[in-house]
Design a binder for this molecule. Structure first.
Ligand code: HT7
Ligand code: ZN
Length: 841
């Protein structure tokens, strides 16, 4: 396959002034007519006229009304064109019903829908399918469907016919079309300048009762973007459509967002509190793209973090404002460590702005999204809130309507602050997670902190250079008072010292407060003291996490007992009713088994998944024992009697109640879990109870009852499939997963269902890495089966193998053999080939 390089970027030789598309829908023979007004681009180098196109049957092509015969190539067509402005017209036929890859125009449960990011538009018609070609689209849809939607504002609509016009120039990846028998949940929003916007959430009949929350989240997002970023919505209409078959979470098409139904449909009975929170965040994320992504888009796909990092950062700010900022930050860091650090420390490591790719779909990664957001967070920390606001306002003013680069983004910060950001830019160009170590000396009432940064070399970055690292530091006195409030130290060198004087008594240093930079910190801190007293809520939680991690590593490598200092500290905190229940629930969490495996590997040990699993079980047992008599009270005090709301307060109480339940189950053999299962009036309670019953070995009846109750609800059944794998004993996990693939409702072509089983298997550390290799073989079998049907989802699932070098030589050989077996499959997709070749390299 061909490798594309950032350094080879050249502008397209023509501007597309306007685009008119006409669709005549048919499951197997949809006709697409296009009429595009091209004018030469005087700023582009001389080039052949090339339009992308894939899986298209060309019916006819004309230039200025005259038939032409283009030369068809692998990925498109070339054609001789006039040196002046001209009109390109063409007609193609496509087959949406057989489009199982879910890119381009496809069908899901009888409805037509599109997914064009990143390069799906070329499966709809011949077009310069690149983000820097922006044009104004008019779309006509003919088809026997009650609902016919496209981007922008409606022009006309009659039976079987609709016309849409989008006045805002956009790249083809933001094009969307939906047609089907859908029901609209309606809403309305008045913008800050007084314009009325009609809002619709379109769903399949039967899903009407799951729309209210998503609609409110949309209104909250629109208001927040006005209040915090001054961004107003710019069309008369904003439509969201829920689709069952979707490769990712959602897509920000201009004025017509398309959502995986799991990312928008919600109800008390069918969705957990975490589902509600995720839905609110995704709706916000897609809405915020209207400015950061749509009005200002990316020049090329290497700049993906320009829109994704910024939009993830914006949606995290939104969630912090809507819910609890401390809980959101801790959740984000858990997620970053679990997904992004694993990526950045393995063979798939790449810079936030990659420099080459074979298949761009493989670069919608935790590094581009989540590390990209962390980079913006650091920038804001370094320049301060006001300068950040000024720079972003300048970005919107200067670049509205343009396709931009990271250089454009950093330039507005340089212009606003006068700072030189050339060293900071390394966060965009270098791969790998920096290791930040700190040592302390104390003499003459002066504390000196000496920091050292190193980043391990990787295939993507052979010789990493020092970063600018904002290190947020505070000092805590012996009696728990704050001696120094949070102060930002700006580290720019490989080694650097900072001194703090006038400290008659040596304080405890609280370093990297709020997780001020995405680094691995090594600090021999007084974690028990910080757990009791740190005034920074993130670092207080982090102190507990570090104590837990160190205790578990000691148990695994030296056979030590669970650390009493950790257990005592957690006991005090969890019973401190002045603290937010959601925060206390997080305190009861342990590092994931995969995170422990990584920590062991980093420390020079070979992780053994069953020993890690056993240590975590022992620690949970010790926590249950320590909290012992307090558990019934902790459980009872966190039962919500008010009518159900998925807000931060109620979800926090349920999170703590359910954390108590999982420890209580170890003491009462599942009696309380059964009672909760029998009385639950919401999915958060029902699912947590079911998980505990399975763990207690008495889940059979409830598992059957749950299936009977929910067999007609696709999204709840995804939970049913996933939970059985997640909660399986490590010895049985792959058999449970294999058994579920025999279930009549295991519709493996549906990405949500496939991920429910195999995403859960990959997350089950001790089950997936079972010494027999059966987990690896099962996943490989199914990836081979899925690849010809849906390469994008197959390739994403390959990341389950990315950590293979951590393990013993037997497991390494087993994984390698499976990866090579997949790679040897004839006609393997470019997506999967690239992922596995990088993993195995
Ligand atoms: N910008 C979107 C990314 C995306 C996508 C979404 C759905 C299916 C396939 C996709 N490929 C890329 C989603 C987002 O980040 O908001
Ligand atoms: Zn996005």
């Amino acid at each position: 396959p061909q490798t594309i390089y950032l350094k080879d970027y050249t502008a397209f030789g023509w501007h597309a002034q306007s685009v008119a598309l006409e669709f005549t829908l048919d499951p197997h023979k949809t006709r697409v007519r296009s009429r595009i007004a091209f004018t030469p681009n005087p700023d582009a180098p001389a080039q052949d006229f090339f339009l992308h196109g894939e899986a298209l049957a060309l019916i006819s092509a004309k230039i200025d009304g005259q038939d032409v015969t283009p030369t068809l190539t692998d990925g498109g067509l070339t054609c001789a064109v006039p040196a002046a402005p001209f009109i390109w017209e063409c007609e193609v036929e496509i087959d949406p019903a057989n489009n199982t890859a879910l890119e381009g125009l496809y069908m899901s449960n009888g409805m037509y829908c599109t997914q064009c990011e990143a390069e799906g538009f070329r499966k709809i018609t011949y077009y310069p399918d690149r983000p820097d070609v922006m044009s104004v689209f008019t779309v006509t849809i003919n088809g026997p469907h009650p609902v016919l939607l496209s981007n922008g504002n409606p022009v006309t609509a009659s039976e079987n016919h609709a016309e849409w016009h989008d006045p805002w120039p956009k790249p083809a990846y933001l094009f969307a079309l939906v047609a089907g028998d859908l029901i609209a949940h309606e809403g309305q929003f008045t913008t800050k300048s007084g314009r009325d916007v009609a809002l619709n959430l379109y769903v399949r009949p039967g899903d009407e009762g799951k729309c209210a929350f998503g609609m409110q989240a949309l209104k909250d997002s629109m208001k927040w973007d006005e209040d915090v970023y001054g961004r107003e919505y710019d069309l008369d209409l904003f439509n969201i459509v829920a689709v069952d078959d979707f490769n990712m979470g959602a897509m920000e098409n201009k004025g017509l967002n398309i959502f995986n139904s799991s990312a928008v449909l919600a109800s008390q009975a069918t969705s957990t509190d975490l589902n509600f929170e995720r839905i609110e965040a995704i709706i916000a994320h897609e809405y915020f793209h209207n400015w950061t992504g749509n009005r200002i888009t990316c020049r090329d796909w290497f700049q993906l973090c320009l829109k994704e990092g910024l939009t993830v950062f914006r949606d995290s700010q939104f969630t912090s404002d809507m819910r609890s900022a401390e809980v959101k930050r801790i959740g984000d860091v858990i997620d970053l460590r679990g997904r992004q650090f694993a990526e950045d420390q393995g063979p798939l490591a790449h810079p936030v702005r990659p420099e080459s790719f074979q298949e761009i779909n493989n670069f919608y990664t935790a590094t581009v999204y989540e590390k990209g957001a962390e980079v913006i967070r650091m920038l804001k920390t370094l320049v301060g809130d006001q300068a950040y606001a000024d720079a972003v306002a300048l970005y919107f003013d200067r670049h509205d309507g343009q396709a931009c680069t990271i250089e454009d983004w950093l330039q507005v910060f340089e212009d606003t602050t006068g700072r030189d950001l050339s060293q900071f830019k390394r966060w965009y160009s270098q791969a790998g997670t920096p290791r930040l170590s700190v040592s302390e000396t104390y003499a003459d009432e002066t504390l000196t902190l000496t920091f050292n940064q190193t980043t391990p070399p990787s295939a993507a970055t052979a010789d990493p250079q020092p970063y600018v690292i904002p290190v947020a530091v505070g000092l805590i006195g012996a009696d728990g008072d704050e001696v120094l409030p949070t102060t930002i130290l700006e580290m720019t060198q490989a080694e650097q010292s900072f001194t703090f004087s006038n400290l008659p008594i040596r304080p405890a240093a609280s370093i990297l407060r709020g997780f001020s930079a995405p680094v691995v910190l090594a600090h021999d801190a007084d974690n028990a003291h910080l757990l009791a007293h740190d005034t920074d809520s993130f670092n207080r939680w982090e102190a507990g996490r570090t104590l837990a991690r160190n205790a578990l590593l000691g148990m695994i490598t030296k056979g030590t007992r669970p650390d009493p200092a950790y257990l005592d500290g957690i006991y005090t905190l969890v019973n401190d009713t002045t603290l937010d229940p959601a925060y206390r629930a997080l305190m009861l969490g342990l590092p994931s088994q995969s995170e422990l495996a990584n920590a062991l590997h980093e420390a020079g040990h070979t992780p053994e998944p069953d020993i890690i699993h056993a240590a975590v079980e022992t620690m949970r047992e010790a926590l249950a024992k320590k909290l012992g008599d307090a558990l019934p009270e902790l459980y009872a005090a966190n039962q919500v009697s008010d009518s159900y709301q998925p807000d931060a307060t109620q979800s926090g109480a349920r999170a703590l109640g359910n954390a108590a339940l999982s420890l209580l189950t170890r003491r009462d053999a599942g009696a309380q879990a059964q009672a909760q299962y029998d009385s639950a009036d919401n999915m958060t309670q029902q699912l947590a109870a079911l998980a505990n019953l399975i763990r207690a070995g008495r889940g059979d009846t409830a598992v059957k009852a749950f299936e009977t109750q929910w067999k007609d609800d696709r999204l709840v059944m995804d939970k049913w499939f996933g939970l059985q794998v997640i909660e399986a004993d490590p010895e049985d996990a792959f058999e449970v997963a294999a058994g579920l693939t025999e279930h009549p409702d295991f519709n493996w072509k549906n990405p949500n269902r496939f991920r429910a089983v195999f995403g859960s298997l990959a997350l089950h550390h001790a089950g997936f890495h079972h010494a027999s290799g059966a987990g690896y073989a099962l996943l490989a079998d199914w990836l081979i089966k899925l690849d010809p049907v849906n390469p994008q989802t197959t390739a994403r699932m390959c990341s389950a193998f990315q950590t293979w070098k951590r393990y013993d030589t037997d497991r390494q050989s087993l994984i390698k053999a499976q990866v090579q077996r997949i790679l040897a499959t004839p006609n393997l997709s470019r997506d999967t080939t690239e992922m596995l070749s990088r993993i195995i390299s």
